[in-house]
Design a protein around this ligand. Structure first.
Ligand code: URP
Ligand code: ZN
Ligand code: ZN
Length: 461
């Protein structure tokens, strides 16, 4: 498949210029003004008036997720469709075995869910939910198979959570192997104590989810991780950072020399805790962990993003139906499956609420939505930029589009949208994965199963 994209405004994390892009054999083969290509069968796309971004990368999603007594709703077919119409061409999923599971079997299971169904390219962060000599051997093997990042949880005691001895050993191994460790940071004991007190006091609604895991609980988890990262020298990436004190704790560690990076997720940038306070259990749609915070955190998060102190904006996409899954916690907020679906909406919301409002510039939009994820997780420059030799993962973006988000029209396989009726400005008009057009104007036009597993090399020595 050969493509010539003419006259687009090409925007990378550093550049902004008008040129043509020639794509052949899945990669970008030439970039320049007025390219002439001698190929009668070439498809020519006029991108005048449009922006051309590198395919966006979501470095934190859950697709196959056994969690809190149920399973996340998407499979790779629906999640890929949703990602692609929203401009995301690569997903990095959390492979989350339970403590009892065998890591290699878990990786094979998670990968089997994607192989043959995904129409985005994909990789996995390997969840390490227990650590002993046998697991260490298996992790070494998994790194050889292309998993160059681990995922740990300092929360969800009894499910995915690890203890401090395991934390220390996992970080030491990661440092030796050059693997970056992504981490969910909350103090698990503080959460379980607060949950028990609130439920005993009859405070059972979704509005009590945030008070059960306040900012200090997340910040304490972050500080704990930073201490262990400082002791071991491991490179760490704090996932779904929700609040200013947690950002400050990571920055304080960075100035001490800790190798730490910050991810936030789109819900924290555009929602606040009043959404989880809505009556008639509607608030359950907004229950995720760490919780959606008080609105005063939003400006510091946007500022940190603008200054590139926050590296990435992911989603933590974790779709659970409102009717028969979120309602499992109707009498007890601790039983509401945690998660908000947003893989389809991330880029449109980031553009609408970030770029169109002037909070971040276009280069930073590309940086936090694509380039940093590629660099941190060993995919750059194959992914994350527009350059000769890079994969032709491209988003031709129409900045003049305006429309609304609705569960009725979304591709995600979930019965609600946390952003129902919200206006969006701009959206992807054409999305390619390795040169193949996979989405046009909000519709999936690709081939399920055309996505590839991305084996990655360790790059955090
Ligand atoms: O609430 C959340 N974040 N659900 C997904 C699991 C996780 O902690 O990332
Ligand atoms: Zn998490
Ligand atoms: Zn997550």
């Amino acid at each position: 498949m050969s493509l010539l994209i003419k006259n687009g405004r090409i925007i990378t994390s550093t550049d902004d210029y008008v040129a043509d892009i020639h794509v052949a054999d899945e990669t970008i083969t030439a970039i320049g003004p007025e390219l002439q290509v001698d190929d009668k069968s070439i498809e020519v796309i006029d991108a005048s008036g449009k922006m051309v971004f590198p395919g966006f990368i979501d470095p934190h999603v859950h697709i196959y997720l056994p969690f809190m007594g149920t399973y996340a709703k998407d499979d790779y077919e629906s999640a890929s469709r949703a990602a692609l119409v929203g401009g995301t061409t690569t997903l990095i999923e959390m492979c989350c075995p339970s403590r009892a599971d065998d890591p290699i079997e878990a990786f094979e299971l998670w990968k089997s869910k994607a192989d043959g169904l995904a129409s985005v390219d994909y990789s996995f962060h390997m969840g390490v939910t227990r650590f002993d000599a046998k697991i260490e051997t298996q992790l070494r093997e998994l790194v050889k198979r292309g998993l160059s990042s681990f995922k740990i949880f300092l929360a969800y005691q009894g499910a995915f959570g690890i203890d401090d001895e395991e934390l220390f050993q996992i970080l030491k191994l990661a440092k030796e192997l050059g693997v970056i460790v992504t981490a969910h940071c909350e103090n698990a004991i503080a959460v379980s104590q607060a949950q028990a007190e609130l439920i005993a006091a009859g405070k059972t609604g979704p509005e009590y989810h945030e008070p059960s895991r306040p900012e200090i609980v997340e910040t304490s988890g972050v500080q704990h991780l930073m201490t262990f990262a400082e002791l071991t020298g491991a490179h760490v990436y704090v996932v779904h950072t929700s609040c200013e004190p947690a950002v400050q704790a990571i920055q304080a560690a960075q100035t001490r020399g800790v190798h730490a990076w910050i991810e936030t997720v789109i819900p924290y940038l555009v929602l606040d805790d009043t959404y989880a306070q809505q009556p008639n259990f509607e608030g359950a749609k907004y229950v995720m962990s760490p919780p959606i915070r008080n609105i005063r955190n939003q400006e510091p998060l946007w500022n940190a993003l603008r200054n590139r102190l926050i590296s990435t904006v992911a989603t933590d996409h974790a779709p659970f139906d409102f009717e028969d899954q979120k309602r499992m916690g109707a009498d007890d907020f601790t039983k509401i499956p945690n998660g908000i679906p947003s893989v389809e909406d991330r880029i449109n919301l980031l553009y609408t609420h970030g770029v169109a409002t002037g909070k971040i510039d276009l280069n930073t939009f590309v940086d936090c939505g694509s380039t940093q994820a590629a660099k941190l997780f060993g995919l750059y420059p194959k992914k994350g930029t527009i350059a000769v030799g890079s994969d032709a993962d491209l988003v031709i973006f129409d900045p003049d589009y305006s429309g609304k988000i609705s569960a009725d029209t979304q591709q995600m396989n979930v019965d609600y949208s946390g952003f129902e009726g919200w206006e969006i400005k701009g959206r992807p008009a054409i999305v390619t994965v390795r040169g193949k057009i996979q989405a046009r104007d909000g519709q999936f036009v690709g081939t399920p199963g055309s996505g590839q597993f991305l084996a990655r090399e360790p790059n955090h020595f």
